[in-house]
Design a protein around this ligand. Structure first.
Ligand SMILES: NC(=O)c1ccc[n+]([C@@H]2O[C@H](COP(=O)([O-])OP(=O)(O)OC[C@H]3O[C@@H](n4cnc5c(N)ncnc54)[C@H](OP(=O)(O)O)[C@@H]3O)[C@@H](O)[C@H]2O)c1
Length: 352
């Protein structure tokens, strides 16, 4: 017998987790706002603001963005949402901001800049767009290969000292870079792709983060919608949609990956949950299994998707459930890399 998936956390307000040993306490699920401005086709501004408001209202406190998401568009959107949110929700909200990506007017990505002067310049512009006197967690999106990570995080540490930033984070770095950065300044969390079909961090990066007391904010927990249960083989993507060039969404790879989703769907139905909820709950469970240090970011762009994702907080996966899920979708089962080759080359996490 199947039951209808819950779409709001029945348990009331969202539980919280601390990001690493030194980071802030945040809601156990964060809202990733990228898709409201970039990479997944057209979005609706009013619905985006309403989604952020609904998240804050439900108890989500962590809002993730990047200054390059829509070239400032995403930060301005978050600023508008916070300005128009009830005071209590606004005060509880924490911003996690990525910087460093260099782009052309056409939107092409041309590299990363982690020089200390650039870090401070990026921060000044972000603070202005966010309409805030501080950023809660600040991180370079990808390591600048021409600038030692010590210099980049050292510059953020100076912003912390000056009161402009509260915590230093990292994004898509490997174990060696984690160690080097943590030797300079406390690191709250590493933001990195982690999902049922992207598990490469388990071998070296996750244990190193745990050893160093660094939390994980996991992105792509639905693999950009691929394992949400809503993606179909014949879905048409808008020009510029990241998924149009992502290896996992192409031809035979897409067919094989959606076969994995079908296997997950059967388990989800038996659990009375949706596929997306199972995928999010699996990531949440990795934190609980190993010390409550994984906070998934969900990339909901609409209130209905958000409500579904929040419902994952009520999905309890026991050891037998986790084993069944991992048998249905074994580690390494995904067809295709998680990024196109040119973008894989920027991932320090894939090297060390
Ligand atoms: N550090 C980094 O390098 C990095 C990279 C990428 C992203 N991020 C951050 O992580 C956040 C999340 O990443 P993501 O958006 O790629 O990941 P995601 O949560 O795996 O995918 C989001 C997409 O899944 C689809 N979806 C279907 N059902 C959903 C549901 N119930 N809840 C949410 N989404 C659902 C949505 O598309 P439809 O509504 O069209 O179905 C949405 O566009 C981003 O917003 C960004 O802040 C960080």
């Amino acid at each position: 017998m199947t039951t209808t998936p819950s779409t709001t956390p029945a348990s009331g307000r969202i539980p919280t987790r601390r990001l690493g040993a030194t980071g802030p306490r945040v809601s156990a699920l964060g809202l990733g706002c990228m898709g409201m401005s970039a990479l997944y086709g057209e979005s609706d501004r009013a619905e985006s603001v309403a989604t952020i408001h609904a998240a804050l209202d439900a108890g989500v406190t962590l809002l993730d963005t990047g200054d390059f998401y829509g070239m400032g568009h995403n930060e301005l959107l978050i600023a508008e949402a916070l300005r128009t949110a009830p005071a209590g929700a606004r005060e509880r909200a924490l911003t996690s901001v990525k910087f460093g990506a260099l782009r052309t007017v056409e939107g092409d990505f041309t590299g990363y800049d982690g020089r200390p002067a650039a870090v401070k310049n990026f921060a000044a512009y972000s603070l202005q767009r966010l309409g805030s006197d501080h950023i809660d967690v600040y991180r370079i999106a990808r390591v600048d290969p021409d600038v030692p990570i010590e210099e980049t995080v050292g510059a953020i540490a100076e912003l912390v000292e000056a009161g402009h930033v509260r915590h230093v984070g990292l994004s898509e770095v490997g174990a060696d870079t984690l160690r080097r950065a943590a030797a300079v300044t406390p690191i709250s969390d590493l933001q990195i792709e982690y999902s049922l079909i992207s598990r490469s961090i388990e071998e070296k990066i996750l244990p190193t983060a745990r050893e160093l007391g660094i939390g994980i904010t996991a992105y792509g927990v639905l693999s950009r919608g691929l394992i949400s249960g809503h993606f179909t083989r014949d879905r048409e993507l808008a020009p510029g949609d990241f998924r149009g060039m992502s290896p996992r969404f192409q031809g035979e790879n897409l067919r094989r990956n959606l076969d994995l989703v079908d296997r997950l769907r059967a388990l989800a139905e038996a659990k009375g949950a949706s596929v997306a909820q199972i995928a999010v709950a699996w990531v949440l469970a990795q934190g609980e299994r190993r010390g409550a240090d994984v906070v998934p970011l969900v990339g909901a762009r609409r209130r209905d998707r958000l409500a579904e994702a929040l419902g994952a907080l009520d999905v309890v996966l026991d050891d037998a459930d986790l084993a069944a899920i991992e048998e249905a979708v074994p580690a390494g089962a995904a067809a295709g890399e998680r990024y196109p080759a040119a973008q894989m080359a920027h991932l320090d996490s894939e090297r060390s």
